[in-house]
Design a protein around this ligand. Structure first.
Ligand SMILES: [Zn+2]
Ligand SMILES: [Zn+2]
Ligand SMILES: [Zn+2]
Length: 319
């Protein structure tokens, strides 16, 4: 069924999940598994936001024995973890930004609940909340939803972020993210929107033309640290940024949204700083950016646009 295989060259785990090729490409158009009345939701009662197990999980708490034997040379581990679907609303045609702030608040409580519950499992060392949005990036179900992968290991990109923040704090006695916030607020050119608790901006080193990052102004490590007023401000900034994205070209913009939070391995990460990153694939109304040779072969991004100009464009989108 599947396993984790270690890539000793890039020093990262690969999830082999061959059973997932059986998952539906697109469900038949008369039946959405996440709409009221679907058998998948039986017994769930009335809900605003709801988590469900992923029916085709790449990771499982009780994973099958790896198909292939580990050896001294090639390391293999069971594909331990949890994959969930996170429904934003029972209404098939309402996007997150069209929901009222209380409803978005209920989604935030769901994220908090899942991070807390799964993060407390001894098998789980990293809880990754994300959303793939739009057919253009391979989403098979249009019903507004996000997902969650709870990993037994800390993924490599997260380790890179943690290691940079740690080194920075050791050297400068400060948080790297907090210093970026200060720098961006002082400069202002790349700010898209900000409120009392969060700032949304295009990073100086943006890789995606419209790739907004949202940082909490307060130095916190996860959703669990949010105060009540910060939750309200998070709901509000998500609503505004996502509304701007759809208003930008007048269509539902495809993107990935990811949450970067501290690992749940029981260690302290005082240098980590909670943030959200968006990766929209468009670089213009009719143009998308493809990851090609340079990006795939060297992990060096070519951003064909200027972050200062794109931030201005997004800042000026009226919502
Ligand atoms: Zn639906
Ligand atoms: Zn910080
Ligand atoms: Zn990040």
């Amino acid at each position: 069924m599947g396993e984790l295989r270690w890539n000793p060259i890039l020093q990262e785990w690969v999830i082999v999940a061959s059973h997932r090729t059986k998952r539906p490409l697109l469900p038949d158009k008369y039946h959405c598994p996440f709409c009221p009345g679907s058998p998948e939701l039986e017994g769930k009662g009335k809900w605003q936001a709801l988590h469900l197990p992923n029916k085709f999980p790449a990771l499982m708490l009780d994973p099958p024995k790896p198909d292939i034997d580990a050896e001294d040379f090639y390391q293999v581990k069971p594909a331990t973890g949890v994959c969930e679907v996170l429904l934003y609303t029972p209404n098939h045609n309402t996007e997150l930004h069209q929901l009222d702030l209380d409803h978005i608040g209920a989604i935030i409580e769901m994220w908090i609940d899942r991070y807390k519950e799964l993060g407390s499992l001894k098998e789980i060392n990293y809880v990754f909340i994300f959303e793939n949005r739009g057919r253009a990036i391979g989403v098979t179900l249009d019903h507004p939803h996000g997902q969650l992968y709870a990993f037994s290991f800390i993924p490599r990109r997260i380790l890179t972020e943690l290691s940079s923040a740690k080194q920075y704090m050791e050297k400068r006695k400060n948080c790297l993210y907090c210093d970026i916030i200060e720098k961006e607020l002082a400069d202002g050119r790349r700010i898209v929107y900000d409120n009392h608790s969060f700032i949304a901006f295009l990073p100086f080193y943006a890789t995606w033309p419209y790739g907004v990052h949202i940082y909490s102004r307060r130095h916190i490590q996860s959703l669990l640290d949010l105060s009540e007023s910060e939750k309200k401000d998070l709901a509000s900034i998500l609503k505004i940024i996502r509304a701007k994205y759809d208003a930008l070209f007048g269509f539902k913009l495809p993107y990935t949204m990811v949450f970067h939070q501290k690992p749940t391995d029981g260690q302290d990460y005082p240098y980590d700083h909670f943030h959200i990153e968006f990766y929209p694939i468009h670089r213009g109304e009719n143009k998308t950016k493809f990851l090609a040779g340079v990006e795939l072969g060297t992990a060096t991004f070519i951003n064909p646009t200027n972050p200062e100009e794109k931030a201005k464009e997004l800042r000026e989108v009226k919502v």
